[in-house]
Design a protein around this ligand. Sequence first.
Ligand code: NAD
Ligand code: 0WE
Length: 258
Amino acid sequence: MLNLTGKNALVTGIANNRSIAWGIAQQLHQAGANLGVTFLPDEKGRYEKKVAELVEPLQPSLFLPCDVQNDEQIESTFATVQEKWGKLDILIHCLAFANKDDLTGDFSKTSRAGFNLALEVSAYSLVQLSRAASPLMTEGGSIITLTYLGGVRVIPNYNVMGIAKAALEMNVRYLAAELGPQNIRVNAISAGPIRTLASSAVGGILDMIHHVEEIAPLRRTVTQTEVGNTAAFLASDLSSGITGQILYVDSGYAIMGM
Ligand code: NAD
Ligand code: 0WE
């Protein structure tokens, strides 16, 4: 049975009750994991308050600000994990960002700054977090990130995020190869389109969802809970032989050719 009792899990990327990371946190909690939650701080602290209220029922034992563009915040997040928990078992990387202007129109018009921003936040951050997390994963561990089909195929308007996801997926393989000898596994879940804060800010997401409902073998989109259950599996010893993989949780959409 899926059992995460005695495991410490750090979850990044919860913004609201639609976040994929929220679906993951709930399923990890249900499986018995001890949770730590990080949030992206903003000047007014509004995010912090909302996320704190949302996660309260899961009783996280850590609640920490962590902007992946801020090295000190990453350092202090993992220093706190070390101090309060002693060891880390599970790291959930569930964040991405690109300028909104770079997610529409001609890909060739992507600026140097926009390209660097998308790759820094959405791909390099996995390298940073894994480097900080791995020394704390003294009994082995499971690192899980979220990717999208736009990293391996051209999806209209996904543009620079597609390049960032391609880099992210290759990060998964290089990290898995490096950290495997320490029994740290690194995998990605490639989720089908889900309505979240990030996806709803993108024009045409509803049309994409309707397209999936027509074409995907299961004739529907996936839910945050389904992604959460897959993350719980990848976090657990049930998946002890799996590393370096991209696991599609997409109602089968990606197998279709027509
Ligand atoms: P979301 O908006 O709920 O989550 C994105 C998160 O990224 C937010 O919590 C935000 O605070 C965080 N973030 C952005 N910049 C950050 C920074 N500098 N430091 C720390 N955190 C930062 O949207 P979501 O759809 O749940 O996205 C989560 C992940 O799932 C992303 O990697 C996304 O690419 C991936 N994904 C989403 C879908 C989809 O259709 N929604 C499909 C496949 C993969
Ligand atoms: O990875 C994502 C979303 C990533 C994302 C979304 C935004 C919108 C708001 C990153 N940065 C931003 N920046 C913002 O200012 N998805 C997989 C969801 C998504 O985004 C798309 C999609 C899908 C699906 C963009 C274009 C086309 C399809």
